[in-house]
Write a protein that binds this ligand. Structure first.
Ligand code: UTP
Length: 492
């Protein structure tokens, strides 16, 4: 490592070129350890890129660059039509063969900050299930454990963290004995960070400082996983284990099918590089990305103001009354290992587009060095900063082939995004209801009587551990009650 004076000179030059010299305002007040920390952060950032982003997304409003031709993306139905029955059988059997042969890894992105939930620890540590309050990491680990038993194989698990939550995540796995998995098959690696940029007042267009010795950094979005998988050595590790497919899921969905043979098989049969699951949207304005075919390529068009599916498309209705653009994104993908490797080793490199989000960011005043409340971060007019994130689904248009498979909300989409509040959606309470609803549905296929209210809601709390069943058929061997009583809490 060069001496601090040389690093300081290089950093000054880089920052000056993009109008960010203020980052070193307090450098002279710092001790050597603090200087090293600040310089390391500066050195880890692509400043010319940050400069371009500030110019186009903070100081100016980017043009709305929607593709010219936007069509609904075709999808495989949840249940096969008679014509597809043979293909689904073949796909399920190919998927199982790939899993049994050790070709499939589980990958969870858990580097997010979870600001909406407001849980003061990595989101994966959040108690998520309706009866035993099993943490999200534990639920996913149990799924992997069961899938390993069921298919008689090893399923390596890669967990992406961020520099902020990496150590607490690793510690949590240690405290919980890796939830019964072999630690040799569980890998954690952090993603990269991006500086937050002030939006108002004196800090407009300036990288914010969290302290005199540190930038206000945040993780660079789940799209950062496609680079971090490579730079961390995870792809190399997968290849050495013979893994060819990555089953990508998020940390915040306790009903996700972490390893799904049918989905894996459909993706592999169609030689897709990256595939996705979707659920039908509840309405034209539901806050989920929209799967479309845009200029001939599978694409997700978001619901944010900056790059939004135009209302005239979002509200289009088919003859049968369904939404024409009905495919909502739930962030479940299968990704070919070779595809990730090719992106990272292509001579031109690859870059996913950055998306801009306005958030409150705690920081210090650049003149006084005093903390600025997040409610006033950036000056006197509102206190928001801009964060830049890339999204993993922006790799879809880079694929030659990509399939979309429809699934059912109750079956596998019970996200925990927001804190509980009356009428809130996608929060712990709604997730627990959905988990109970799915468990009830599975039990009813085995003739267990479920107490339901007049409106069909389940009047009980039911948890089925993934260690017991990851699909309804697994319950065949379980010791099931004949009936569940109203208001009962049942853990199977
Ligand atoms: P969200 O977009 O819901 O963000 O992440 P979040 O950070 O968890 O929550 P908020 O927006 O601050 O409330 C969806 C998934 O992507 C992961 C999250 O951990 C979650 O599993 N993610 C998100 C990352 O791994 N890295 C990121 O930079 C952002």
């Amino acid at each position: 490592m060069p001496p601090l004076t040389d690093r300081h000179a290089a950093a000054s030059q880089t920052l000056q070129a993009v109008g960010q010299s203020h980052v070193l305002t307090f450098y002279d007040e710092l001790d050597d350890t603090q200087r090293d920390q600040l310089l390391s952060q500066i050195e880890g950032i692509d400043w010319p890129e940050v400069g371009r982003l500030i110019e186009s997304y903070v100081l100016n409003t980017p043009p709305l660059n929607l593709p010219a031709d936007i069509q609904p993306a075709p999808s495989y139905p949840q249940q096969p039509t008679p014509k597809l029955e043979g293909k689904y059988r073949e796909a399920r059997s190919l998927g199982e063969k790939l899993i049994r042969g050790g070709s499939v890894a589980a990958f969870t992105v858990a580097g997010g900050q979870g600001t909406r939930l407001g849980w003061d620890a990595p989101k994966g540590t959040f108690p998520a299930t309706p009866v035993t309050a099993r943490p999200l990491f534990g639920v996913l680990a149990d799924y992997i454990n069961k899938a390993q038993q069921k298919f008689g194989c090893t399923i390596p698990w890669y967990v992406m963290t961020s520099p902020v939550n990496h150590q607490p995540t690793v510690d949590f796995f240690k405290e919980n004995d890796t939830f019964g998995l072999d630690p040799k098959n569980v890998t954690h690696f952090p993603q990269a960070m991006m500086p937050a940029i002030g939006l108002h007042g004196a800090q407009r267009g300036k990288a914010l400082l969290a302290g005199k010795d540190s930038l206000a950094l945040s993780p660079n979005g789940h799209g950062g996983s496609l680079k971090a998988l490579h730079t961390s050595g995870a792809i190399a590790d997968m290849k050495s284990r013979g893994v060819t497919q990555i089953s990508y899921t998020q940390i915040d969905n306790p009903t996700v099918h972490v390893i799904d043979p049918l989905f894996i098989g459909l993706h592999a049969l169609d030689s897709a590089q990256m595939s996705s699951k979707m659920v039908p949207k509840t309405g034209p304005e539901e806050k989920v990305g929209n799967f479309c075919t845009a200029d001939g390529k599978m694409t997700v068009i978001e619901y944010t103001d900056f790059l939004k599916l135009p209302d005239k498309l979002a509200y289009q209705i088919n003859d049968d009354g369904t939404l024409r653009f009905r495919a909502g994104s739930i962030a479940i993908h299968i990704i070919q290992v070779d595809f990730v490797e090719a992106l990272n080793t292509s001579p031109q490199g690859f870059a996913l587009p950055f998306h801009r989000a306005e958030k409150k960011v705690p920081c210090i005043d650049l003149n006084t060095g005093e903390p600025v409340s997040p409610d006033n971060a950036g000056g006197n007019s509102g206190g928001k900063a801009v964060k830049f994130e890339t999204f993993v689904f922006d790799a879809l248009p880079l694929c030659d082939n990509s399939i979309l498979y429809e699934t059912d909300r109750v079956e596998e989409f019970a996200p925990i995004k927001n804190a509980d509040a009356p009428g809130e959606v996608d929060c712990p309470a709604t997730s627990k209801q959905l988990q109970t609803q799915r468990a009830a549905r599975w039990l009813e296929t085995h003739n267990v009587t479920i107490p339901r209210d007049a409106d069909g809601q389940v009047n009980a709390k039911i948890e089925i551990s993934p260690l017991t069943a990851i699909e309804p058929d697994d319950l065949v061997d379980a010791d099931l009650p004949k009936e569940i009583k109203p208001s009962e809490s049942v853990n199977l």
